[in-house]
Ligand binder design. Structure first.
Ligand SMILES: Nc1ncnc2c1ncn2[C@@H]1O[C@H](COP(=O)(O)OP(=O)(O)O)[C@@H](O)[C@H]1O
Ligand SMILES: [Mg+2]
Length: 259
């Protein structure tokens, strides 16, 4: 059986119902503990790729294995369990703004409960303690009772990370998690993710627009263009001039960043 924390894509393609090609023949093998940053122009397929891994949408062809388990074919309880092992962090945080930080973080745990118990808020003492533990990991324990809407963007994203941790995932998928944040806050959020990667060996797959961030945090950089992988190198082999090709079109600002 494949090691926990591994993600494999085999000949994955995704064509949207309107005929747009989102992904074309993607092959990727990601091992436990990698910090993979996916770079590419807007519209290159980064979000399509992450959503496929978590099966937020179906692919048209190919297989995706998480911890060696095929998520593309799974259904029912099996799908539920595979999905639980890959937690998602979103660009817009996806918090319930009117709910407390505690509630938002606990919502990452509902996959471990029958629906009726979750609906009644009947969470175990252990899981309540886990909320506190995970909030402490992102340095937000003091915000336990605060409503999500009263937090800054960076704090909201770190609540998103704590919520993801409640799933006890082997993989974290993050879709441009820092693109709405200022540089100082970006650093806090990226460092939280880096710590999970280094201390827990958690696999992280993160979409990013900024080459600078990819160069700073990635252990491996994958470049997408028009739904295809056009670049895939471990950080030791990366030369920042490589990215001119990926970003050349449209006078993209990331191209200048890579100069
Ligand atoms: N729901 C959708 N229906 C049709 N086309 C889509 C949909 N979502 C994304 N696309 C198209 O798929 C391509 C890849 O988009 P996306 O994965 O969002 O790129 P990125 O995240 O790199 O900006 C783009 O051409 C986009 O317009
Ligand atoms: Mg996107």
């Amino acid at each position: 059986m494949a090691e926990k924390g591994s993600v494999a894509l085999k000949d994955v393609s995704k064509i949207y119902p309107n005929g747009v090609v989102g992904l074309e023949n993607i092959n990727l093998n990601i091992q436990r503990g990698e910090f993979v940053m996916i770079v590419g122009l807007s519209g290159s397929g980064k979000s399509t790729l992450l959503r496929a891994i978590n099966r937020l949408h179906d692919v048209t062809a190919g297989q995706i294995l998480i911890d060696g388990q095929d998520i593309t074919q799974a259904s029912g309880d099996k799908l539920h369990k595979i999905r639980r092992s890959a937690a998602m962090i979103f660009q817009n945080y996806n918090l319930v703004k009117t709910a407390s930080v505690y509630r938002n973080v606990m919502s990452g745990r509902v996959g471990y409960y029958p629906a009726w118990r979750a609906a009644l808020g009947l969470f175990t003492k252990e899981d309540q303690a886990l909320v506190a533990t995970n909030l402490a990991r992102v340095n937000l324990l003091d915000k336990y009772y605060v409503k999500a809407r009263d937090l800054s963007g960076g704090q909201q994203q770190r609540v998103g990370i704590a919520r993801a941790l409640m799933q006890e995932p082997s993989v974290i998928l993050a879709d441009e998690p820092v693109s709405g944040l200022d540089p100082k806050t970006t650093k806090l959020v990226m460092n939280d993710l880096k710590r999970l990667n280094e201390e827990d060996g958690m696999t992280i797959i993160l979409n990013v627009h900024s080459i600078g961030l990819a160069l700073k945090y990635a252990s491996r950089i994958v470049g997408l263009k028009a739904g295809r992988i056009i670049y895939d190198k471990p950080i030791e082999e990366v030369d920042k001039r490589d990215f001119k090709e990926i970003y050349r079109e449209a006078g993209d600002s990331a191209a200048e960043e890579a100069e």
